[in-house]
Design a protein around this ligand. Sequence first.
Ligand code: ACO
Length: 403
Amino acid sequence: FIDVRSLQPKTGVCTFDPGFTSTAACESGITFTDGDAGRLLYRGYPVEQLAERGDYLDTAYLLLHGELPTKLQRRRFENEVRHHSLVHEQLIQFFKGFKHDAHPMAIMVGVAGALSAFYEYDSSAHSPEGQLEACVRLISKMPTLAALAFKTSRGLPIVYPRNDLGFAENLLYMMQAVPCEPYKVDPIRARALEKVLVLYADHEQNASTCTVRTAGSSQANPFACIASGIAALWGPAHGGANEAVLRMLMDIGGVDRIPEVIARAKDRDDPFRLYGFGHRVYKTFDPRSRVMKAVADELLEATGIDHDPLLTIAVALERAALADPYFASHRLYPNVEFYSGIVLRALGIPISMFTVIFSVARTAGWVSQWREMVNEGQHKITRPRQMYTGKLERSFVPISRRG
Ligand code: ACO
C-alpha cells in the first residue's frame, strides 16, 4: 500500500481507481480478510470458530466492543437487545403503505430509514452512550422489521418478538407462516440460522459497509446510514446474490444443463455470470462458503429433508466450474452465497427474504464500522475525486439560436 496522505493534493496528484480495487479508504481493527489464503477473522477470531462455537450475539458484541463478552457482559447485552426489540406501533403502520407485492428489501430500505424519525440522534455530540444505544437498537430491531416485512408482504398477521427466545430463534418465531400458540421453533433450524448470521456479520469494506461509512462520514443519522447500507446490499453483485443463486439453480433445473451454463458464464459477449462465484477479495475458496456447505449438509440431514434437488445441481455445478480452466485462470471460487440459498430454503425462508436475512446479520458489522469511524479523531467526509471526461467550458446559447 502507498499511503496517499503523502501525495500532496495541492500538486494535483490523485489516484484513478474505479471500484476502489486498490484503494484503502480507512484504517480498521474489526475484520481481517486474506484473499489469497481464504482467511476471515473478526477481531482476530476465525469466523469458522465463531460460527461453530459462538453465536450471533457473541459475534455482535465482539464486533462492537472488540472482545468476546464475559458472562455478565453477555447477560447485559442480551437484556439490552431484548429490551429494544419492539418497534413503535406507528412504524408498523408504514408497512401497510407499501404495494402488496413490494419486494421485502424495498420495504426494509424504507422502514430502517424511518427509524431515524423515531429515535433522535445528536450527531454533533456523538456521545458514547448515544452511539451504543443506536447500535443496539439497530441490531435489536432489524429482526422485528424483517419479520414485519415478510408478514405484511404476505398479508399475514404480525407476530411480536418474544424476549425468552434466542436471537435466531426469535427471528424464526416472528416469521412463522401460521401463528399459533404455543409455537415451537425447531432448535436445529435455530442453530443453523445462528451460524448463517455469524457468517454474514461483517466483511470489512464491502460495498454496503463502505456505503454506511460514506453516509456516516457526513454525520448523517445512524439509522439513515444503515438504510443506505441495506440499499447497497440489495444488488445481485453483493448481498442479492443469495437470491440470484437460488433463482439460477432453479432455472438450470437439472445437471444435464450445467455444460451450457458454464459455457455462457465463460462467454465474454454474454452478460450472464455464475452467481455465487468470484469475489473481489478472495482469490481462493471464501472460508464462509465451506462452513455454509457444511451447514447445508447438516441441516438437510437433521431435518429429514435429505434430498434437495437444488443441492445436487449446486454440487455438480461447483465441481464443473472448479474443473474448468476459465474459472481457475480467473481465480473464481464459490463465495458465501453459493450454498446460503440452499440453507435458507431448508429453513423455510422464502427466496425474497434471503437478502433481508443477510441485512439483519450484517447490521452488527455496519454499526460496528460506523461506530469505529465516528470515533476516529480525524475522520474526513468521504469525497472521492473524478476524472472529468465532459465538455470544456462553452457559452450559453439562447433557445432562439439552437435550431
Ligand atoms: N462468472 C463468470 N465470470 C466471472 C464471474 C462469475 N461469477 N465473476 C467474475 N468473472 C470474470 C469477469 O467476467 C472478468 O473476466 P475478464 O477479466 O475476462 O473480463 C473477471 O472474472 C473479473 O471480474 P470482475 O467483475 O472485474 O471482478 P470483481 O472483483 O470486480 O467482481 C464480483 C467481484 C462482483 C463478486 C464478481 O465475481 C461477480 O459478479 N460474481 C457473481 C455475483 C456474486 O456471486 N456476488 C456475491 C459476492 S459475495 C458478497 O457480496 C456477499
